[in-house]
Ligand binder design. Sequence first.
Ligand code: NDP
Ligand code: 2IT
Length: 445
Amino acid sequence: MNAAKVVEDLKVRFPNEPEYIQAVSQVLPTIEEEYNKHPEFEKYNLIERLCIPDRVIEFRVTWVDDKGNVQTNMGYRIQHNNAIGPYKGGIRYHKSVNLGILKFLAFEQTFKNSLTTLPMGGAKGGSDFSPRGKSEAEVMRFCQAFMNELYRHIGPDEDVPAGDIGVGGREVGYMFGQYKKLTHQFQGVLTGKGIQFGGSLIRPEATGYGTVYFLTSMLATRGIELAGKKVLISGAGNVAQYAAEKCLQLGAIPMTMSDSDGYIYDPDGIDRAKLDYIMELKNVERGRIKEYVEEYPTAKYYEGKRPWYEKADIALPCATQNEINGDEAAALVKNGVIAVAEGANMPSLPEAIKIFQDAKILYAPGKASNAGGVSVSGLEMSQNSERLSWTAKEVDDYLKRIMNDIHENCVKYGTQADGYINYVKGANVAGFMKVAKAMMAQGLV
Ligand code: NDP
Ligand code: 2IT
């Protein structure tokens, strides 16, 4: 394989999908050497078969808003690769959603799911519908309308969706209800379900907790403790909230949280009571992060800005893709940040990653550090299959073990001659090899 050539060809074939091209162009150079050790891969054109999704499902979603107006949105499911298990990956509801963004997420998911050690293929889906500002009834009607089309394409051994941006327990519940209504089947067809109907304990916490477990493993390679460290967190949703919670449990101090309108900086740190306030604000009242400064006036709100120019020890981007650019990465490094662990998918632009790696700070790509979420989704599938529920401790211990295994794999495949651990390369090579071997064994399908 010539990585640059493959990327150029994909660019020509998919000219309107910049995020997909960005994700592919970040992965291919890091696996090129390993790939070229296996001439059989090239003979069977494994690389194109791995980059281009198995299947893209695209549909119109029609629903009626509270005023009686008929609305349309686009719906998608990208079934990227099922070489090592059923398609698996979240559903995103956000106005920015388009085919290229979901293709990047599905591509990344295939590598991530491979890393988890569990048998899951890669997928992603979603809609350009945003739940923001919609009533409870509108969200329910939309979820039902979305499932009216999606249900034909999913199943517990076929494709198992879950949450992502804009899709949490509420939306998963409505989609599950509609799937059941349409099929007459009570099945583990979605993960992130409510605890009363097959959801796993620790699934809501898993992505944020897992990111911080991975962070502690990274810090341990340099003999550094998390306790006492100041942490910049972006986002204020599921991943950000539970990353903050685990930081607090381990003695670190979250300093910032954000949403798409701006960020808050609390000079005294966000303590347990303040985090409880944020959870209530975001999950129950569905409010905005700027309301934090009305409750805690010593904190400051910065409209239209991101938190990366603040001084701290650690950065955990937990909002969305491309939220750290080169200037922001340089500011983080200049301000003495020792580690960046991505809770979000692809939050760092390529130039930001280069700055982190050139400065030799600890840097973990999302497909390694945020894999805890889909890992516990995999454990939810196991529990559904055996019709049992595990205790929170059992699931959390399993999650810790998986994050530790992912870290060890990154060290194994990513350690450079000078001892620096290139977590990007480690994660990509480890994730790739398992999928590649499975694809080879299964022939040209
Ligand atoms: P939520 O919807 O719960 O929260 C998303 C947060 O990010 C909100 O604070 C939101 O602000 C902010 N955000 C969303 N879009 C943008 C944007 N374009 N610019 C700035 N801020 C934005 O989603 P999650 O916490 O579940 O997901 C966050 C990230 O983590 C995503 O990248 C997702 O793919 C990734 N992830 C999620 C997993 C999960 O299990 N949920 C698993 C692994 C990764 P606002 O309210 O203004 O939209
Ligand atoms: O990006 C991700 O890993 C997720 N949104 C979670 C996917 C899942 O199937 O739990």
